[in-house]
Design a binder for this molecule. Structure first.
Ligand code: NAP
Ligand code: ZN
Length: 356
């Protein structure tokens, strides 16, 4: 039997060529373990844009209408009868997942992001209502308490929202690959993910080099914590770093030459891909063989690690650099995101959804 529902305001796209527009969706009333959240801010991730335009159709086709958004910060408004972690009035956050089976080997290791039965915040089968899940471009959301995060009290919440995806997606692989003092770390692409990657690598004590296609981002890269910024289209600048990196995080959203970065890794160096271009990338065997290099990927992070990341940000005063926009500007924001014209994440002020 389906739980009862209520009406929520949202922004959705009706097809891969439609702009996002105002709509009304059904949300379930909180069941026993659910937390109902009034959404205050939602970041715009490039994954929202890939999904809205069905660019990942081969791997994860989009179901329409789609309500994107998985960088959610809000206030608890109601809780189910068995909820113990949260109370109405508290500030909380939700990231890219809203459910998993909690029993598989991956869930038991706090790696819910790899659970075969994981439910993404949007465009995943909705176990409660049928259809698919609807994300954070909305005035509210209802989520099992296990997938709700606690916010540090000292941070600006518009800038906290992007931590729920851009933050954890860069924090997790850097922790996994031991980024820290004495390590030389590269971050490719200074966008939403990239600028968080720079902040974390710097906070972990590494030497940080940013690779950007945008010469005008050089000064920002240094301000954000880089020790050096390289314009990747300049072959001479690239050559100077050949064979010297311990770890490189690639956040690029479009097709590009990964081999150019594999060549910059030293012995046992690792390049981790978090950017998710629609087309396959070419990786020549010898680029990896010659220095026992590795090439890997990473997807967001588990719930416990996401909480750890938020607590780390509270302690080190880290938030995303955001441009706050009303939801009515979301289509314009997508066009600007494609042109790398945002410093460095859009954060939607959801109060704007209440106005016409
Ligand atoms: P974003 O803000 O648009 O940043 C991407 C950056 O890549 C741009 O700012 C630009 O940096 C660089 N870039 C863009 N087009 C390029 C091109 N043609 N050649 C070289 N560089 C280019 O996007 P984002 O939100 O950070 O997301 C980045 C990617 O990560 C997306 O594909 C997204 O879907 C994916 N993602 C993955 C995960 C995961 O769990 N693995 C999570 C979230 C997002 P410069 O101007 O500095 O060159
Ligand atoms: Zn994302």
């Amino acid at each position: 039997m389906h739980p009862s529902t209520y009406k929520a305001k949202a922004y959705s796209a009706a097809s891969e060529t439609s702009p996002l527009a105002s709509t009304i969706i059904a949300r379930r009333d909180p069941t026993e373990r659910d937390v109902q959240i009034e959404i205050l801010f939602c970041g715009i991730c490039h994954s929202d844009l890939h999904s809205v335009r069905n660019e990942w159709s081969e791997f994860m086709a989009t179901n329409y209408p789609i309500v994107p958004g998985h960088e959610i910060v809000g206030r608890v408004t109601r809780v189910g009868s068995a909820v113990t972690k949260y109370k109405p009035g508290e500030l909380v956050a939700v990231g890219c997942m809203v459910d998993s089976d909690r029993t598989c080997q991956n869930c038991k290791r706090d790696l819910e992001q790899f659970c075969p039965n994981m439910t993404l915040t949007f465009n995943s089968p909705d176990k409660h209502l049928g259809g698919v899940t609807y994300g954070g471009y909305s005035d509210s959301i209802v989520v099992n308490e296990h997938f709700v995060l606690r916010l540090p009290s000292n941070l600006n919440i518009a800038g906290v929202a992007p931590l729920l995806c851009a933050g954890i997606t860069t924090y997790s692989p850097m922790r996994h690959w031991g980024v820290g003092q004495g390590k030389k770390v590269g971050v490719v692409g200074l966008g939403g993910l990239g600028h968080m990657g720079v902040k974390f690598a710097h906070a972990f004590g590494a030497r940080v080099v940013v690779f950007t296609t945008s010469p005008n981002k050089r000064d920002d890269a240094m301000r954000l914590g880089a020790d050096e910024a390289v314009v990747s289209r300049n072959a001479d600048e690239m050559k100077k770093h050949a064979g010297s990196f311990d770890f490189i995080l690639d956040t690029v959203s479009a097709d590009h030459d990964v081999n150019a970065y594999i060549n910059l890794l030293g012995v046992d160096g690792n390049l981790t891909l978090v950017g998710a271009p629609a087309e396959p990338l070419r990786v020549p065997a010898f680029g990896l063989i010659v220095r026992r290099r590795s090439f890997s990927g990473s997807s967001i992070g588990g719930i416990a690690e996401t909480q750890e990341m938020l607590d780390f940000c509270g302690k080190h005063n880290i938030t995303a650099d955001v441009e706050v926009i009303p939801v009515q500007k979301v289509n314009e924001a997508y066009e600007r995101l494609l042109k790398s014209d945002v410093k460095y994440r859009f954060s939607i002020d959801m109060a704007s959804l209440k106005s016409k």
